[in-house]
Design a protein around this ligand. Structure first.
Ligand code: AMP
Ligand code: MG
Length: 492
């Protein structure tokens, strides 16, 4: 018989299953009646040591639909809790996801391979555990775009149609996303055990997390306090990057904040079109809790919830633990500001050693754009031509170009080498982002017409976001004027 594990390249080493009994429920994928592989990420497969050409086949469709578990997989649903829109839910867990197992990639990094939409688990509550094709392709596009933009993120390995209908408001084609993550440990995973007062399991989870993601902390005098600081640091840098590229996560619940510092759970997320800190696309975010400009504060709020779970590990005496945790939380603002400014310096072409006044300059550009219906992505890209003296791209973006002129005088005075500045800016300010209307067009073609070509074309464009290519002009433009305001939905 064919040795599939060798042939396909899966070499699992399932530490979560092995080391953390009691943190998950064993589960298996529901059968898919007519699986069809819609997309396979060959370069990611290669990174994971998988045989992409062997998997780009009906065998791959069987595997990535959940019909056939590759040898060595140990499928399980992880337990977690979470604050959803500020309200604590003590039990969420993988209700529509299944961790297949972990592999060590070509760089020696341990990576989770997880299905999303592969059927019910013990955590499904009333849900069907399934996913519809549209949201699966959406997560694929957005996650891969973020990766190409240099933002830490879970990745998409495969999208598979199941051949089954799933029922939302209407019947929709069903699909499974196979995603890859540094791990799926969330703030909510810690909250699950903290809420149960299970300090032994909390410690086990914290030790596992440190060993897996922050091994250098094991030797710290207080590794748990150090863990809080390290996670705060990664989140500060992650959220700063979201802000730089104009990404709005849309549902920053504590169960959607990964301890690894990767962006996770692409639901109602979207990219800014015109700049406004109040921008919300998600139909479920009625109060604007997860608006674009709120994201740093929300990250800090989530980190405070994380800190609460760690208190008994930081010090057995809670009164002693609290001020130590608070002192770390109070560093978040500075960590975030430093990460944000460092990225903004590159976006504005500010080279060399930092000078005073740069924070005001960066904020000044945003303030100039606010209320002007300025396309955020076009504005930053247009600035590199402006650095070279050509304002013709950027000025017309402003309803009142004098707002730009007033800001630009001070900015230009700081560009000692405009050509070098423009080059730096073009490496960090994308030409191509997943424009909301382009994403929707690709999903509609796939879902309504079974046509995957626009999806694959969009993926190819977004794989090189900083390099303008002739013929792709339509991908750089905002939605036509007069389009209905964009709305996103959670309904995976
Ligand atoms: P999310 O919106 O992805 O952050 O999910 C929040 C929680 O709802 C998680 O526990 C999910 O597993 C669960 N969930 C969402 N959709 C479904 C579904 N169709 N079936 C079962 N559980 C679901
Ligand atoms: Mg989630």
């Amino acid at each position: 018989m064919l040795d599939l594990s060798r042939e396909l390249g899966f070499r699992f080493d399932n530490s979560y299953a092995r080391d953390l009994p009691g943190f998950y429920a064993a589960a298996s994928a529901a059968p898919a009646p007519a699986p069809q592989l819609l997309a396979l990420n060959h370069s990611l497969a290669g990174e994971l040591g998988l045989n992409a050409s062997a998997l780009d086949s009906p065998v791959g469709a069987e595997i990535f639909s959940g019909n056939y578990a590759p040898p060595g997989a140990d499928p399980l649903a992880q337990a977690y809790a979470g604050h959803q829109f500020g309200n604590f839910v003590p039990q969420l867990g993988d209700g529509r996801a299944l961790l297949l197992g972990e592999v060590i990639d070509r760089n020696g990094q341990r990576r989770d391979i997880q299905f999303k939409g592969s059927g019910r688990t013990p955590f499904s509550r009333g849900g069907d555990g399934k996913a519809a094709l549209g949201p699966v392709l959406r997560e694929y596009i957005l996650g891969e775009a973020m990766h190409a933009l240099g933002v830490p993120t879970t990745r998409a390995l495969a999208a598979t149609a199941t051949g089954e209908r799933v029922y939302r408001e209407t019947p929709l084609p069903g699909a499974v996303l196979t995603r890859v993550a540094a791990s799926h440990i969330r703030v909510g995973t810690f909250q699950y055990f903290a809420a149960r007062g299970d300090t032994a399991k909390l410690k086990q989870l914290a030790d596992y997390t440190i060993a897996r993601h922050y091994p250098d902390l094991a030797g710290e005098p207080n590794p748990y306090l150090a863990l809080l600081a390290a996670v705060s640091d990664r989140q500060a840098s992650l959220i700063a990057r979201w802000m730089h590229v104009g990404f709005i996560h849309g549902v920053m619940n504590t169960d959607n904040m990964a301890i690894s510092g990767e962006t996770i759970d692409y639901g109602p997320c979207a990219f800014l079109d015109t700049y406004s800190p109040a921008t919300v696309f998600s139909s479920i975010d009625r109060g604007g809790r997860y608006a674009y400009g709120q994201q740093p504060q929300i990250a800090r709020w989530n980190l405070a919830r994380f800190a609460e779970t760690l208190l008994p590990l930081i010090d057995a005496d809670q009164q002693a633990a609290i001020p130590r945790a608070v002192a770390v939380l109070e560093t978040f603002g500075d960590r975030y500001d430093a990460a944000w400014l460092s990225g903004m310096r590159a976006k504005l072409g500010l080279l060399g050693d930092a000078q005073s006044g740069e924070l005001d300059l960066a904020n000044g550009f945003l303030a100039a754009m606010d209320g002007q219906a300025v396309d955020y992505t076009l504005a930053f890209r247009g600035l590199s031509a402006a650095a070279r003296g050509d304002d013709s791209l950027i000025r017309p973006l402003f309803a009142d170009p004098k707002r730009y002129d007033a800001w630009a005088t001070g900015w230009r005075a700081r560009l000692a080498d405009p050509i070098a500045s423009a080059e730096t800016m073009n490496r960090v300010n994308p030409v191509y982002i997943p424009r909301n209307h382009m994403v929707e067009a690709a999903l509609t073609a796939a879902v309504d017409g079974g046509d995957l070509a626009p999806f694959h074309a969009l993926l190819a464009v977004l794989a090189q976001p900083f390099t303008p290519r002739p013929g792709l002009e339509s991908y750089t433009q905002p939605a036509p004027r007069g389009s209905a305001p964009y709305r996103t939905f959670c309904g995976t």
